[in-house]
Design a protein around this ligand. Structure first.
Ligand SMILES: C[S@@+](CC[C@H](N)C(=O)[O-])C[C@H]1O[C@@H](n2cnc3c(N)ncnc32)[C@H](O)[C@@H]1O
Length: 448
């Protein structure tokens, strides 16, 4: 069956190892793409061994473009779409499957990072292409670039163009224009051959010059989340535009920040989130729980009133000494036991939390998530505030309009029963699995 392919370019040339501060960064890129490919049922096809050995006449960037279709044939790959990816790119673990955004056209991201460089490069190759009037608005980056069988001929003729003119290209590239390798000639070739392009892929699928966009930092005004902005807001992080010998150093730091997300055994990769299951919390909510309660709560107990199928329960079990998970519905109760079967610090209670026989256990933190009417939430806040000693409460569903959880929490904040500690989870605009859009942050943590 035809599959989408990541044509990943990761040739390590010992001669240049020093210039790049070693080649460890190439392996980091590879790990992210292999993970993403497995997750999205995409074939990972690495290009690691040059086909032409003379790398000054056949730079790797040229080889990736002129040999891509030959290699698919030689390796017997039954491809649908092919995405060309340089190893300076790291893909975010949960990046959407961008092959679904192409309309089966040649798809690429407009390159607008260094307009002076692009302008000079376009002008530099103009004579070679017989004065062709190049449309600068359509200048694209050659990685990521997504194409398919319809584009085989144009790539093969690009190969012929190169072989027919290797010496001229090498001279233009190394001595005269000095702006890039195959990217500008490929841009010309696509336009000369009238290839229809889809240029709608958002720039988050190629975030370059991260430092210049100030995206290595975090939102210091919102001091509650120190996740760097590029990790929060972009899907494909590209480590170019920085000194080459710093690349290993920087990509290693990034990898250390995010590597747990690329582990199938990491708790957040095994459970369901709000994007898929409307009854649980979002992945962001769970990430915030791990960040806030990950340290310092190992001697504490949390009570979860209404644990549904145990998706957030499983995250609490990572942070707390003990989790007491209460659920009325027997099917959900059984599912919670199954989802938490790999840990032994969860106590499961199948009960109605508003039943007279249900006794509130002595705990430090409560996730209040059983009844969702105004009265039920107010009742929970009041009884737990009275019965427990300085508890902390966690709420989700605070982002929903038309539900009374938000109103109940706000009324108890206003009358001083509880005090806001921080907001958590997804922000206004997030769409849950039931197609409801948040009107504010998903959750809150409060103290009494
Ligand atoms: C929104 S879901 C909870 C989601 C869960 N806390 C999570 O983060 O994945 C609410 C759950 O509360 C349960 N529930 C509702 N009323 C209840 C009650 N009176 N006693 C116990 N459980 C209740 C429902 O069956 C449902 O599974």
């Amino acid at each position: 069956m035809k599959k989408n392919v990541i044509w990943w370019i990761g040739v390590k040339n010992d001669k240049y190892a020093h210039k790049y501060g070693g080649w460890d960064w190439v392996d980091i890129s590879r790990k992210t793409w292999e993970y993403w490919c497995t997750k999205n049922d995409v074939l990972f096809v690495p290009f690691e061994k040059p086909i032409e050995e003379d790398l000054s006449r056949f730079r790797i960037n040229w080889q990736k473009a002129i040999f891509v279709f030959d290699e698919m044939e030689r390796r017997g790959i039954d491809y649908d779409q092919i995405c060309q990816i340089d190893c300076t790119h790291m893909i975010k673990w949960d990046a959407p499957n961008f092959f679904e955004l192409t309309d089966h056209k040649l798809t690429a991201v407009r390159d607008t990072d260094n307009l002076n460089w692009i302008y000079k490069s376009i002008v530099g190759y103009k004579d070679f292409f017989d004065g062709f009037e190049f449309d600068k608005q359509k200048y694209v980056s050659s990685s990521p670039m997504i194409f398919n069988e319809q584009h085989k001929e144009v790539f093969k003729s690009f190969k012929k163009l190169y072989y027919d003119n290797v010496d001229t290209f090498v001279e233009l590239q190394d001595k005269i224009v000095g702006k890039g390798t195959e990217q500008t000639p490929l841009n010309y070739w696509l336009q000369v051959n009238n290839v229809e392009m889809n240029l709608t892929l958002p720039f988050v699928y190629k975030l370059t010059h991260i430092h210049r966009k100030d995206m290595f930092g975090h939102n210091w005004q919102l001091n509650e989340d120190k996740t760097p902005l590029f990790i929060k807001h972009a899907y494909n992080w590209v480590f170019t535009g920085i000194p080459k010998d710093q690349r290993t150093h920087i990509m290693k730091q990034v990898w250390n920040l995010v590597k747990h997300n690329y582990d199938e055994n990491f708790v957040l990769n095994k459970i369901e989130n709000k994007g898929k299951n409307k009854s649980t919390t979002s992945r962001k909510f769970k990430e915030d729980i791990l960040r806030i309660f990950g340290e310092g709560y190992k001697d504490k107990t949390i009570l979860e009133l209404g644990c549904h199928q145990g998706n957030t329960t499983r995250v609490y079990s990572e942070c707390f000494k003990k989790v007491i998970a209460v659920e009325r519905d027997v099917v959900n109760y059984e599912k919670t036991k199954e989802n938490c079967s790999d840990v032994n610090n969860v106590e499961f209670i199948n009960s109605d939390v508003y039943d007279m026989n249900f006794k509130i256990p002595d705990v430090d933190v409560v996730h209040i998530d059983a009844g969702h009417t105004f009265e039920e939430v107010v009742f929970d806040i009041d009884r737990l505030s009275k019965q427990l000693n300085n508890p902390t409460f966690i709420f989700d569903d605070y982002g929903h309009e038309g539900r009374t959880v938000r109103d109940a929490i706000n009324s108890k904040l206003s009358d001083g029963t509880i005090k806001l500690v921080t907001h958590i989870g997804e922000d206004k605009g997030f769409v849950a699995a039931n197609n409801k859009t948040f009107i504010g942050r998903e959750g809150v943590i409060v103290n009494v």
